[in-house]
Every structure is written in structure tokens, then in C-alpha cells.
Design a protein around this ligand. Structure first.
Ligand code: ATP
Length: 209
């Protein structure tokens, strides 16, 4: 089985790419979803976070206030390192299990979306790494469209490699600057390169279902 890592900056288009792969029928794990479930109300990780940073990182209903936590960790490298030390080993265990399980069930290819895949030097765990990128102007436009303040965008971007560095280090690049149809066409080409002929068959099956 081919193990494929997907990475890219915030708002670059990783999730829309992952949705397309799921639509085609591939197994895809998004580690942002894993991180969210690890800090669900009642979880051990959430109680450690509250012990470390105080109740101000909790929303009124007792769930994690992700914006409040981001405000703490993206302005404080030590706090960020602590949080990554808590979550990253747990997240890594989940995506390793995901890949191993699909290897056993005979899947031809399985994907994991890891925003900091290159920064954390996980490349050797994958047969290929695909970076999704877009221009800085488009990235800002998409993130501001989510209602993020300029300072929040800047602090998150400063915690990641530049789009250029990610593109240079990846095996394949999806340049997500055009329409979603253009993005999908790029995925098709990369998938066809990774496993020739497979995607056409999966697309035909998914269109027929
Ligand atoms: P994050 O790092 O925050 O998880 P992401 O890399 O997963 O973001 P997406 O969620 O896929 O990025 O895309 C960011 C936003 O831009 C979303 O609102 C998405 O719908 C939109 N978007 C992505 N690609 C395109 C496109 N080609 N055309 C128009 N809108 C797009």
C-alpha cells in the first residue's frame, strides 16, 4: 500500500482536497479532526490543558475554546511546545494506526493530512508527500473570510514553513489558486502518477454509485 502525506499552510485547501479523495473512495485521516476529538469534553488531554493554562481556555459549555487556546500558544513558543508535546505523540499514534489498518485491509493507497508534516520531519513515514499551496493573497483572503483577525493569521503563519519551502520539500504540489475543478484535475494527475489507472476506475465506480 502507498502511504501518502498531505500538507500545506493554513487555508491552502488541504480539507477540500481531502474531501475529494474521500469522494473517490480513498481512506483519508485528517489530523485536525483527531486533535479535536482528543480534546473533547471529559478527555484526559483537555483536563491537562486546563491544569496548564487555566479555565480561560474553556468555553461556557465546558468545551475547549480553540480560539482562546490559540491566542495563548501562538504568542508564546514555550506554551506551544508544551501543547505539541501533549498532543503530537497521541495524534501520531492515531495516524500510524490508520495507515497500518488500511495496509492490512488491502487498500491500494491511504492518506493522512498533517499540517506540520514537513516541519515535524515525518516525510520518511510516507511514500510520497503532497503539498497544497496557494498565493499569500489568496490565503489571506480565505482566512479573513473565516473572520480571523490579521494578527491571528500572522501568528499562525509564523509557526509554519512558507508555502515555497513546503512546495520545495514535497514530492508533488497542488497549486490551489483556481477553481475547485482545477484543484481536482491536479489531484487526478498526481493520483494517476502514484497508481496508474486506479483513479479512473474509482471515479467510474463513484459516479455509478
Ligand atoms: P486549514 O489549514 O485551516 O484546515 P485547509 O488547508 O484545510 O485549511 P480548506 O479548508 O480546504 O483549507 O480551504 C480553506 C477555505 O478556502 C475553505 O473555506 C474552502 O472552502 C475555500 N477554498 C479552498 N479551495 C478553494 C478553491 N479552489 N476555490 C474557492 N474556495 C476554496
Amino acid at each position: 500500500m502507498k502511504r501518502i502525506g498531505i500538507t500545506g499552510g493554513i487555508g491552502s485547501g488541504k480539507s477540500t482536497g481531502a474531501s475529494y479523495l474521500i469522494e473517490l473512495g480513498f481512506p483519508v485521516l485528517d489530523t485536525d479532526d483527531v486533535a479535536r476529538s482528543l480534546v473533547a469534553p471529559g478527555s484526559e488531554a483537555l483536563s491537562e490543558i486546563v491544569t496548564q493554562f487555566g479555565e480561560s481556555v474553556l468555553a461556557g459549555d465546558g468545551s475547549l475554546d480553540r480560539a482562546a487556546l490559540a491566542g495563548v500558544v501562538f504568542s508564546n513558543p514555550d506554551a506551544r511546545a508544551w501543547l505539541e508535546g501533549l498532543l503530537h505523540p497521541r495524534i501520531q499514534r492515531v495516524w500510524t494506526d490508520h495507515l497500518d489498518a488500511h495496509d492490512l485491509d488491502g487498500s491500494p493507497m491511504a492518506f493522512v493530512v498533517i499540517p506540520l508534516l514537513l516541519e515535524k520531519a515525518y516525510q520518511s513515514r510516507f511514500d510520497a508527500v503532497i503539498a497544497v499551496g496557494c498565493s499569500s493573497a489568496t490565503q489571506w483572503h480565505r482566512l479573513q473570510g473565516r473572520g480571523w483577525a490579521p494578527e491571528a493569521i500572522r501568528s499562525r503563519l509564523s509557526a509554519q514553513w512558507s508555502t515555497e519551502a513546503k512546495m520545495a520539500a514535497a514530492d508533488h504540489v497542488v497549486w490551489n489558486e483556481g477553481t475547485l475543478a482545477v484543484q481536482r484535475a491536479q489531484w487526478d494527475r498526481i493520483l494517476d502518477h502514484l497508481l496508474p489507472g486506479l483513479v479512473a476506475g474509482m471515479a467510474a465506480r463513484s459516479a455509478g454509485s
